[in-house]
Design a binder for this molecule. Structure first.
Ligand SMILES: C[S@@+](CC[C@H](N)C(=O)[O-])C[C@H]1O[C@@H](n2cnc3c(N)ncnc32)[C@H](O)[C@@H]1O
Length: 276
């Protein structure tokens, strides 16, 4: 049963999908295809397959990224005692969405999801299945509109209490000219000490040739250009915060829970940091 709310009424699928340009690949649907989902169209599948030819590790890599999301949420809801999550760049619902993992640890967790893709909005109902005692909500909003996001999120989250801000696989969609570090700084400025920042970010300095070819192929095919970043660039996004152990590492190396997980080839930098 949902105890959440929406920033916009949930559309019926037909109405919403008619506003989506299915002839142009989009990152949320390309990613859904790699994860084995069904919410993608021919153009998304063609782009995803083209990228896979450049870097065959990408399919395993996105699963490694998803597994990092779940481990980070388990750490936050468990050891760190966090009960509020702001998950921006949610993606099309998949296995182990943030609220499911968090509420499995602590049913009272409250989660606000944010994405700017109409197809994610069309599927948001699947994200609004809160445990009684907790809450979930969905905002149809762009990461760059921090003031609007925090104002609306305050309808579900108590922003005077710690919040985990989750930016999993989204900041590569923000070009340098839109100042991703400034956006992250604004977000972390809106939450109190004791809050956490979680970032996973595709790398341009791990398995460089394959990953660079993948990025440039996707950038030829998709209107939103992706900017993969180096470890030093991603480290800069955590400025002023304290990275928890093991620091900024390849996503599978962040507190691995199995040998198989650790062997995942994800070319993704990942870290969790505390605002003191
Ligand atoms: C690669 S998917 C990652 C999904 C999920 N966080 C995960 O890691 O499994 C990136 C998501 O970010 C969303 N996104 C990209 N740019 C965005 C922006 N400027 N504002 C809000 N969402 C954005 C896309 O629509 C997509 O759903």
């Amino acid at each position: 049963m949902s105890s959440g709310w929406l920033s916009a009424p949930l559309p019926d699928q037909g109405g919403q999908l008619s506003e989506i340009d299915t002839g142009v690949p989009h990152i949320a649907r390309v990613y859904d295809y790699w994860l084995g989902g069904k919410d993608n169209f021919a153009a998304d599948r063609a782009a995803a397959e083209a990228a896979m030819r450049e870097d065959p590790n990408v399919v395993e890599g996105v699963r490694g990224n998803r597994a990092f999301l779940a481990r980070a949420v388990r750490y936050l809801a468990g050891q760190a005692g966090i009960r509020q999550f702001l998950d921006i760049g949610t993606g099309i619902p998949a296995a182990d969405n943030t609220h499911e993992v968090a509420q499995d640890m602590a049913p009272e967790c409250r989660v606000v999801y944010v994405d700017n893709d109409p197809i994610v909005l069309a599927h948001a109902r699947a994200l609004l299945t809160s445990e009684p005692g907790g809450a979930t909500a969905y905002l149809d909003q762009d990461l760059r509109n921090v003031a609007e996001i925090t104002q609306a999120a305050a309808g579900t989250l108590d922003l005077t209490r710690p919040v985990a801000v989750m930016l999993i696989g989204i900041l590569h969609c923000i070009p340098d000219e839109d100042d991703p570090a400034g956006v992250v700084g604004q977000l972390m400025g809106a939450v109190p000490p004791g809050s956490y920042l979680v970032i996973s970010h595709p790398a341009n300095d791990i398995n460089s040739p394959g990953v660079r070819r993948l990025a440039s192929r996707l950038n030829e095919l998709m209107p939103v250009k992706l900017r993969f970043r180096s470890r030093a660039e991603v480290a800069g996004l955590f400025d002023g915060l304290e990275l928890v152990e093991p620091g900024l590492v390849r996503a599978p190396e962040w507190r691995p829970d199995s040998d198989a997980g650790l062997a995942n080839p994800a070319a993704v930098w990942a870290g969790v940091a505390r605002k003191n």
